[in-house]
Design a protein around this ligand. Sequence first.
Ligand SMILES: [Zn+2]
Length: 322
Amino acid sequence: MHESVCRPLADTGPVPTAGPTADPPRQGTVADLADLLAAYPGTLVLSGAGLSTESGIPDYRGPDGKRRVQPMEHGEFVGSSAARQRYWARSFIGWGRFAAARPNAGHRAVTALQASGALGGIITQNVDGLHQLAGARRVIDLHGTLARVLCLTCGTLIGRDYLQVTMARANPGFAALATGAAADGSQVSSQIRPDGDVVIDEGLVARFVAPLCPRCGSDAVKPDVVFFGGSVPRERVERCIARTDAAPALLVLGSSLQVMSGLRFVRQANARGIPIVIVTRGPTRGDSLAMLRLDAPLGATLTEVARRLAPARSVRPEPSVE
Ligand SMILES: [Zn+2]
């Protein structure tokens, strides 16, 4: 049994908004947010792509909520060897940069606030593993993780790093060719996409030897993430429902709530009558349900909240890599 992920509703029109009679959510301050978290310890977090943009991983949508990047479609990926070849060629080139992304101030503040008890569990729509890298606990990867690859034929789970090695072996010289071609104009390194891949020349894609399952040899290997139009495993959805049922309040971080898989928990929280706070750039589909709304940069905002609520575990500065 799978839970369907509804397609974003805003692709062909404006973001749905509350009717003219609905009160707009109160525009809050950092102090309001800190006060609310102090009053509702163990608040559940629902995080989205906006939390990871400061780590260099782009969002599918800009602050205006409009789609900027065409994401991989589930049906296309599972139904077409050519689509998988294109995905894996791009992912092979983009992986190094994606895997090198590090948690930002927002992730570190969430970890500090969780350690202090202000925040409880985390449901994330992100597939980058940055909450866990920042030391957060009780994280549910709602849409899966790019760190694992699933064989759709036999069910074997494969480490993404391992697959990278096998792809490098099967495609000697491909990386140099792709990045060399990019140097002629397309600038691969600046075009990493939210799925961890990059745009490369279609002629090069055709020469890429796509990876096979090391157990059964099938080419139907898919990153263990929920692509658009795909579905979240029912068991995972139910764990998230249980967390929302037990939460004293819900804090949405960096999500425009365009997909039902995330919005449903906001609706569930609203049905329970618990406070909902949304800290996200731009409008969200949950705005009419929020008691408090902050349209503010996540790293700076969360760092200040952590400074107020978790001073003993103040957010550590980013370790220097130089
Ligand atoms: Zn297999």
